[in-house]
Design a protein around this ligand. Sequence first.
Ligand SMILES: Cc1ncc(COP(=O)(O)O)c(C=O)c1O
Length: 458
Amino acid sequence: MNTTTEFEFSFLEEGFSARDVVEQKINESSMSDDRDAFYVCDLGDILKKHLRWTRALPRVTPFYAVKCNDSRAVVTTLASLGTGFDCASKTEIQLVQSLGVDPNRIIYANPCKQVSQIKYASAHGVQMMTFDSEVELMKVARCHDNAKLVLRIATDDSKAVCRLSVKFGAPLKACRGLLERAKELGLDVIGVSFHVGSGCTDPLTFNQAIADARCVFDMGEELGYNMNLLDIGGGFPGSDDVELKFEEITAVINPSLDKYFPADSNVKIIAEPGRFYVASAYTLVVNIIAKKVIMDDEAASDEEDEGTSDRTLMYYVNDGVYGSFNCILYDHAHCLPSLHKKPKPDEVMYPCSIWGPTCDGLDRIVEQCNLPDMQVGDWLVFETMGAYTVAASSTFNGFQRPDIHYVMSRPAWQYVQQIRTQGMPVPAEESCLQEVPACCGRGSGLEMPTKPCQTNVV
Ligand SMILES: Cc1ncc(COP(=O)(O)O)c(C=O)c1O
């Protein structure tokens, strides 16, 4: 198989962080008029997430949900770390396989697949795939010789930010019928999957779903199936600025797994995290391209006396909801910027709105926030922008997607290579993975970068 693993990234030199690269790029861009929006992605952050995952969920193998962010650099890094992949389409399967990932590290986790794409999976050795209906079973029976089917069950995701069980997942009461039909069709059902909804806010949903999965395993056993795969889906937070932290969720999941699927049950447990791995690795930097000052008529008359907020400011920036901020529409995201120029302690703040660059009135990033009086050419920084952003952005109105500058510290890069070649070593200390900028390189994730950098960041 032809494998292409190359992607470009810069090494961080000792003592510097991805945030220093943001500053460097802002300084470089500020010297010209081309102040395009850009991302800095710290691939070392993905490594840290992986270490955190293995510590918190030692029994659960992550199959990264490619839909969340299909950047080659991200997928290659995760492939080097040995994760599996949740693919929803032929193109995602192609991407993952182009990196040399073995088909048994792929689950085709889309319960409603196009026939031609099931045939593609069959021809390319991808066997694990989900289903939640009889029609899907019949399609698979016709188009795939060796499918290993996973029954996706519905969950109570009413408290999740993005609900998925409104669309996918068989209700518990339908499962026996589906398993019986699968048996009639001569299909192999190897396990159960679920998704508690993306942005899970109630860890007990996992508890209930794991218990439900146990029921379906028992049904399967009664029908002569010997199921050995439990897939607990996604729903894990991508950063720590959320109410329900990752470890609070895993503290509920682990005892539940031990109760319903103890280690000696020989059930392999996988998950499909997306947001968890990539959200915090990406910082988006946008530039103010236009501004309007809306005077409040009544306040305006008092202006000289009060000197307080008598106006609303409208800032227009060079990325919007048709681009990276599609997450506002599709992922229910609330994006708030931090300021590049730190405000003075006594700086007056104004009620502001922030708008994207397209001609559509829908293209609004922030409806209301307080910001100082900034100028065209100033920068705004949005953290935690790696999940469901670049993957679904368009170039509507001719606005191009921001460039992404990938960075990684040398210790992080070496650690990734060590894991790739020798497997997961004894738990690493995160402190040995300090980020640091240095030189631009061209790395493959499989070999030492060869092109040294021209300019150091410092
Ligand atoms: C089937 C499936 N698996 C995994 C994910 C990833 O979810 P998350 O980003 O919440 O981890 C999704 C997201 O929509 C999904 O549909």
